[in-house]
Design a protein around this ligand. Structure first.
Ligand SMILES: *[C@@H]1O[C@H](CO)[C@@H](O)[C@H](O)[C@H]1NC(C)=O
Ligand SMILES: *[C@@H]1O[C@H](CO)[C@@H](O)[C@H](O)[C@H]1NC(C)=O
Ligand SMILES: *[C@@H]1O[C@H](CO)[C@@H](O)[C@H](O)[C@H]1NC(C)=O
Length: 176
């Protein structure tokens, strides 16, 4: 009986995990007449965030610091930034965060500064230089994307961990 419960829990776990991977949102949001790409190429929309260079004690440090960046006047698009931060950039590394700023800048980093705050999507109001229908941040504002794998992994880890706890509890009671 106990083993049956454990088996059922495992099957449930597999089913939920499988569904988890297929439910990706594909609807893009509209803001200021601009399209906020919900995500693709391994990145998911994280929000509009403030740049930190003008905060007193950061000594000019960026919200997305320590990685690589690309400035492409006339040519920047959301897709180009995803590719650049997703392994096709100068370092060949894949970054957890990709942020577009000031219509033409792409910033890649492994962490987002705690001093950066999330603001309304409408504050990222500049069209991308390379595609005027897309949102590419704003003046000292970043349209930030997070690597989907990182976001999914965190969710899956907590789910698997809770399954593990249930499993241990069931096993424990078998050998009581
Ligand atoms: C900056 O640092 C100084 C000295 O530590 C502190 O007095 C001040 O409150 C800080 N300002 C901000 C905006 O955090
Ligand atoms: C934009 O891209 C085109 C085509 O790749 C290139 O010829 C042009 O030099 C680029 N412009 C800038 C400012 O980088
Ligand atoms: C420009 O962006 C729109 C909206 O995201 C997209 O549908 C379109 O394919 C893009 N155009 C080009 C040339 O990339």
């Amino acid at each position: 009986m106990k083993l049956l419960i454990l088996l059922l829990l495992s099957i449930l776990g597999l089913v939920v995990t499988a569904q988890d991977t297929t439910t990706t949102t594909t609807t893009n949001k509209q803001q200021n007449g601009l399209v906020i790409q919900t995500g693709a190429q391994g990145y998911t929309y994280h929000g509009c965030y403030t740049e930190t260079t003008n905060i007193a004690n950061t000594t000019g440090k960026r919200a997305l610091d320590g990685g690589i960046n690309s400035v492409q006047p006339d040519n920047m698009t959301v897709q180009k930034c995803w590719e650049f931060c997703g392994g096709k950039g100068s370092s060949g590394q894949t970054y957890k965060f990709a942020g577009l700023e000031y219509a033409r800048e792409c910033w890649c980093a492994q962490s987002l500064s705690g001093l950066s705050s999330k603001v309304a999507d409408s504050e990222c109001d500049l069209p991308c230089d390379g595609n005027s229908t897309q949102a590419c941040g704003g003046n000292l504002k970043l349209t930030v994307y997070i690597a989907s794998a990182a976001a999914n992994l965190a969710a899956r880890f907590s789910f698997v961990a809770s399954l593990g706890v249930i499993g241990v509890m069931v096993f424990g009671s078998v050998f009581e």
